[in-house]
Design a protein around this ligand. Structure first.
Ligand code: ZN
Length: 295
């Protein structure tokens, strides 16, 4: 089979190998990343299974609040680069030309759909979404946190975006300055170090920091409290806040950063024949061996 071409699959063919769906309380759906052996690395298959699960929870009139959780010690180690860059199903977030093309044309089409496109689609889920994060969230893992409405972090949670080492600006859903403020965002990106849950909380990125053992119960309690509100009021409140952020220019800024991100990929392709700066992986591994201390 030619892996360079997106496969067009029949509805329902996409399985649930990477995702688990639960109904832990009345009116609450929980979607769980279930690739702990891969630290919940995001293969294209995982991303589209997740999208299908979100769509099912949105379509279910018995669901008012959606929790996103993850199995294992870490929330997500980011994009699963070994899984490649072809779609496991037809595009759902965008209309694209160039999917499967060589070079930056094909990769840009893939990122428009599978990264930025899916994140924007999930940000606009018309029901409140809460994500609970434990352990490490690295680079692409932030794409699964930031489009959600509320973030609950375990005390052991850390957050990093070390991809300047790859010769790009940061993860494709470039909300850094909104999530952390400009100076903290620059520190995160320039150093590549992991921010602690408390640092992320102080910066306003995280709603609550709780003990790891309390993460599931606390998040479920928060979801159940929200589920007691009228569904339409929740939707209107969410859309109003999202439009407030849009009015500050976030979509335009994100489009600009996304173009620069792909300028980085294109430059790497031209100079090194690959999307990432060749020594980047070793730099990131060395960074990860350090503690989260600022120095
Ligand atoms: Zn990229």
């Amino acid at each position: 089979m030619d892996d360079s071409q997106p496969r067009s699959v029949a509805e329902g063919e996409l399985g649930s190998r990477c995702i688990r769906q639960e109904r832990p309380a009345p009116s609450v759906a929980r979607i769980v990343l279930a690739r702990p052996d891969k630290r919940n690395a995001q293969s294209p298959e995982l991303l589209y299974e997740l999208d299908h699960a979100f769509a099912a929870a949105v379509a279910d009139s018995g669901v008012k609040v959606i929790i996103l959780a993850a199995d294992g010690p870490d929330f997500s180690s980011g994009h699963d680069l070994a899984a490649g860059f072809s779609l496991p199903c037809a595009p759902v977030a965008t209309l694209q030309s160039g999917l499967g093309s060589d070079g930056i044309e094909g990769h840009y089409a893939f990122e428009c759909e599978a990264y930025l496109g899916l994140c924007r689609r999930w940000r606009e889920i018309p029901k409140p979404t809460i994500v609970q994060a434990q352990g490490r969230t690295i680079a692409g893992g932030l794409m699964l946190l930031w489009p959600m409405d509320l973030i609950v972090a375990a005390e052991n949670a850390t957050f990093s975006d070390p991809v300047a080492a790859f010769g790009v600006n940061g993860v494709e859903y470039f909300a850094h300055a909104w999530e952390l403020g400009a100076r903290k965002a620059k520190e995160l990106l320039f150093t590549g170090r992991a921010f602690t849950a408390q640092e992320a909380h102080q910066a306003g990125m995280v709603n609550h920091v709780v003990a790891l053992d309390d993460l599931e119960e606390f998040t479920l309690g928060l979801a159940s409290r929200i589920a007691g509100q009228p569904e339409f009021g929740l939707r209107l409140a969410k859309e109003s806040v999202n439009r407030s952020i849009d009015a500050q220019g976030q979509p335009m800024a994100m489009d600009s950063a996304f173009a620069l991100h792909n300028l980085g990929h294109a430059g790497n392709l031209a100079r090194y024949g690959q999307l990432a700066y060749p020594a980047g992986a070793e730099t990131i591994r060395a960074n990860a061996r350090r503690t989260a201390s600022p120095s």
